[in-house]
Each structure stands twice: as structure tokens, then as C-alpha cells.
Design a protein around this ligand. Structure first.
Ligand code: UD1
Ligand code: MG
Length: 479
């Protein structure tokens, strides 16, 4: 018999349903847990078993929206225009699956399924030369799921399945069965499609149930086997918002556990939100109440202090992010110091060893190696060199109400506190800008830019002023 690799193996993901119980404008499978759509999780797990081009997503309800959301994973799509049941969904794939020997069917709303489990079902199915292999589980509450009726021999249950009985059709005896259908199966493609037309809609929902194929196959003498998942949580489906929250929590717990196993310290992991695609290097410490979202990448030996929310940002090694920083689509070089309370907006590039301090906002700005902007500053559309000191309260005035302009600050520049740099403007290498200056023209290298009214000093002015005010008050009170 050919090995698993020699068999032509496809994966089909059922994702055409609406998800009525979520009470949502969005189709169910694009709701997110762990920062990724439900269907995305299933595709990611499946893509490690077969190439994405051998994965077919069956879409129907809001098909275009679902397709757009997961297009980047590179799978194929089949449209099920009317949603007439899980069996009907598979009927739409006859052509697309014609060139395959086996198909593994997954549900777009069962997102915790792991690659290892998918591969185990495939290997079991091929190893046993099975025609239908059903992944089953024994959850604490089997209510609502289809039940697995196993064949018995000599008073003992076997691996073989007689039928799957849906909750609504189960008699009292069948309803007592604790083993449920996960909705995940492997099929011999030829045997499946030879019989799909025999499904009927003779059931409470008037749908073509894929589950009925088990009974049809076995009555034809074909092999229908059950294989039980070790952990029933893995095959939990999302039907309600409560289940969405429960699965999100499970997924994030799984994620932080993996990170800890790989050498990341996470204190109070139950308070930390780490999205599925985030990567973190070893010996990095994550403090409580941190959120690491999207495709954020954090290097080794970093400390991320509490209350920071970091999205799609790349952070190097040995970086300290103090409390309360917000970052999005930014990059931070090795050994940089950020925060507390820094806001790095999209396209901020903070250089190696640079400092960005309290209440500093950056956007589309490159801050060079070792440069410092420590206090109360806005740096937008700026190109800032190495070894630059940006004084407290410096503002790049990048916007005139219509257009945005850039500021260039070359290496070694010293910008005094409270400077306003009106873009477009360039401060040449090694130049100084005096505190409180409003710079509207380029400053040459090693020069000084200073706009400052003459300082006026009036001795004893305050005393005289106070006397005058006192006299005025006394006159008023006399009236
Ligand atoms: C199904 C199984 C049940 C199993 C349970 C596990 C059937 C008849 N029943 O029930 O035995 O215990 O899953 O979660 O299959 N879908 C389509 N097109 C359709 C209908 C559904 O693509 O026409 C998709 C849905 O989007 C969903 C999946 O198929 O991703 C399962 O459909 P759902 O209606 O949730 O089936 P269950 O009632 O959960
Ligand atoms: Mg379901």
C-alpha cells in the first residue's frame, strides 16, 4: 500500500454556514479568536499537513467576505450557493476533489484542532485502509452533538462504526451515548462520491446530512472507523459568543504555555493577551496585563512592562518597554528604551540603543542609533540621524491642514526644549536649535537656529504690581 505521502490527499473545510446563534452581521467563520479568524486557525493547522493548494474552503453565506478574509493563506475555494446541509456542501466538491484519493473534512467553526491531530487522523485512515474515519470525542456534556454508534463483536465495542445519529433523531438509548462526532472525518474520495447522491433530506432540518454517509458506507460493506481525540476541548465548536470567549481563552492559554515552554517568562499569564501569530525570543519577560497582537515579533532578553499594547511591531533583542506603551506597525532596534507611555504609530523605526520616553508620539519617523527623545514630543514624517538629542516638548509641525511635509535632522544635532520645527525643514549635521525656537528655514551643519525675543527684566516689578492690585481691591470694597 502506498505511504501517506504517496496518496493524493486533500483537505476540505466546511465554512458556508451563517452562524445564526452568534447574532452577528459577520459570517461565523470570520469571527476572531486569538487575533485570527476561526477559519484562519483551521487553515493554519491544515496547511502544515497538506500544501494550501490542496485545501478547499467551502464557502456560501457572505462568500466574498469570507474569501477576502482568508485569501492570503492561498487555499482554493468552492462555493455552496444554497446551504442545504453538510452533505450538500461536500456534493459541491465533486470536481475539485476528482484528482485526489482521500479527503479530510474539517469544520471552519472548530478552530482549536491541532496539526498533530489532523495528521493522526490521516495516518490512521490510510494505515487502516479505511473508507471513512471519524474523529470522535467524549466531552463532559455530549448534548447537541451527533452520537457515534459503534459495532460490537462478542459483547465488546469495536473500532467500527454502524452509524452517526444526530441529537434530534436519537432514541433514548442512543442519546445516552457519550461518544460524539467531532464533524472531522477522512474519506476515500471514490467511495464517498459514489454514494453522496444517496443522501436524503428526510430529517428534522430537511438537510443533506454528511453524517448519514457512515451508515450507507458500512451497509455496503465498506470500512467506517472511529478514532477518539485525547482532548475533547480540541474539537469544541463555536456556536455562541460565550463559546467564542471560552475558545479564545483556551487558545491564548495554549499560546502562553508554548511561549513559556520555549523560554519566555510570563508573570500572571492569565492577564496577558498574546495573539496566535506572535513570536517571542528566550529570556524575554512579559509582565501582567500586556497585550501582544497581530504579527508582533519580540526578540530575546527584552522586558515588556505592564499595560503595554503592541500590535504588528518588530522589536529587537534586549529592549526595555516600560509601562503603558502603545505601538502599531513599528520597528524597535536592539537595546532601545521605550516608555513609559510612548506611542509609536505606524512606520516608526526606532534605532539601536535609542530612547523614546514619556508622552512621546512618533509616526512615519526614523530615529537613528543612540538618539534620544525622552519627554513630551511629537515626531512625525521625520528622518532623524544618529546621536541626536531631541529636547522636551519638541514638535515637528508636519501638517498645514492639507499636506504633510518631512523634517530631516542630521547626525549629532541638539534640539533644545520646546522647539517647533516647521516642515519641510532640515537641521544640518551637528547643528543646535535653541530652546523655544520656531524653525522655519534650514539650519546649516554646525550652525545655530534661534528665534527668541529679547529678554526683558524689570526689577521690583512684581511688588509694584501687587501694591496696585491691593489698592484696587480696597477701593472696590469701600463702595
Ligand atoms: C455537525 C454534525 C454533528 C457533529 C457536529 C460537530 C451534521 C449533520 N452534523 O452538526 O454530527 O456532532 O457537527 O460540531 O453534519 N456547513 C456548510 N454548509 C451547510 C451546512 C453547514 O458549509 O449547508 C458548515 C458550517 O458552516 C459549519 C459546519 O458545516 O462550519 C457544521 O455545520 P453545523 O450546522 O454547525 O452542524 P452541527 O449542527 O454543528
Ligand atoms: Mg456546529
Amino acid at each position: 500500500m502506498p505511504s501517506a505521502n504517496e496518496q493524493r490527499f486533500a483537505i476540505a473545510i466546511l465554512a458556508a454556514g451563517k452562524g445564526t446563534r452568534l447574532k452577528s452581521k459577520l459570517p461565523k467563520v470570520i469571527h476572531q479568536i486569538g487575533g485570527r479568524p476561526l477559519l484562519g486557525h483551521v487553515i493554519v493547522a491544515a496547511s502544515k499537513v497538506v500544501s494550501p493548494k490542496n485545501i478547499l474552503c467551502i464557502i456560501g453565506h457572505e462568500a466574498d467576505r469570507v474569501r477576502k478574509t482568508v485569501e492570503s493563506y492561498g487555499t482554493g475555494f468552492v462555493e455552496q450557493r444554497e446551504q442545504r446541509g453538510t452533505g450538500h456542501a461536500l456534493m459541491q466538491c465533486r470536481e475539485a476533489l476528482a484528482e485526489f484519493d482521500h479527503v479530510l473534512v474539517l469544520s471552519g467553526d472548530v478552530p482549536l484542532i491541532r496539526t498533530e491531530t489532523i495528521a493522526a487522523v490521516r495516518d490512521f485512515h490510510i494505515g487502516k485502509d479505511s473508507d471513512m474515519t471519524i474523529l470522535t470525542a467524549e466531552p463532559s456534556d455530549p448534548f447537541g452533538y451527533g452520537r457515534i454508534i459503534r459495532k460490537s463483536a462478542g459483547g465488546k465495542q469495536t473500532d467500527e462504526v454502524e452509524a452517526i445519529v444526530e441529537q434530534k433523531q436519537a432514541n433514548a438509548e442512543q442519546a445516552k451515548v457519550r461518544e460524539i462526532n467531532s464533524g472531522i472525518y477522512a474519506f476515500n474520495v471514490k467511495e464517498l462520491f459514489a454514494r453522496l447522491d444517496r443522501l436524503t433530506t428526510d430529517n428534522p432540518h430537511g438537510e443533506f446530512y454528511l453524517t448519514d454517509i457512515a451508515q450507507i458506507l458500512q451497509s455496503d460493506g465498506r470500512k467506517v472507523l472511529a478514532v477518539k481525540a485525547e482532548d475533547s476541548n480540541e474539537v469544541m465548536g463555536v456556536n455562541t459568543r460565550r463559546e467564542l470567549a471560552i475558545l479564545d481563552d483556551m487558545l491564548r492559554t495554549r499560546k502562553t504555555s508554548e511561549l513559556m515552554d520555549n523560554g519566555v517568562t510570563i508573570y500572571r499569564p492569565e492577564t496577558v493577551m498574546v495573539d496566535a501569530d506572535v513570536t517571542i525570543g528566550s529570556d524575554t519577560v512579559i509582565e501582567p496585563f500586556v497585550q501582544l497582537l497581530g504579527k508582533t515579533q519580540i526578540g530575546s532578553d527584552c522586558v515588556i512592562r505592564s499595560y503595554s499594547v503592541i500590535t504588528n511591531t518588530k522589536i529587537g533583542d534586549g529592549v526595555l518597554v516600560r509601562h503603558g506603551c502603545v505601538m502599531e506597525d513599528a520597528e524597535v532596534g536592539n537595546a532601545a528604551l521605550i516608555g513609559p507611555y510612548s506611542h509609536l504609530r505606524p512606520a516608526s523605526q526606532i534605532g539601536e540603543g535609542a530612547h523614546v520616553g514619556n508622552f512621546v508620539e512618533t509616526k512615519k519617523t526614523k530615529l537613528g542609533k543612540g538618539s534620544k527623545a525622552n519627554h513630551l514630543t511629537y515626531l512625525g514624517d521625520s528622518e532623524i540621524g544618529a546621536g541626536v538629542n531631541i529636547g522636551a516638548g519638541t514638535i515637528t509641525c508636519n501638517y498645514d491642514g492639507v499636506n504633510k511635509f518631512g523634517t530631516v535632522i542630521e547626525d549629532g544635532v541638539f534640539i533644545g526644549s520646546d522647539a517647533t520645527l516647521v516642515a519641510p525643514v532640515t537641521i544640518g549635521k551637528g547643528a543646535y536649535v535653541g530652546a523655544a525656537s520656531c524653525i522655519t528655514k534650514d539650519i546649516p551643519a554646525d550652525g545655530l537656529g534661534l528665534t527668541r525675543p529679547e529678554l526683558v527684566i524689570k526689577e521690583n516689578w512684581a511688588n509694584a504690581k501687587r501694591e496696585k492690585m491691593k489698592a484696587a481691591k480696597a477701593a472696590r470694597e469701600k463702595k
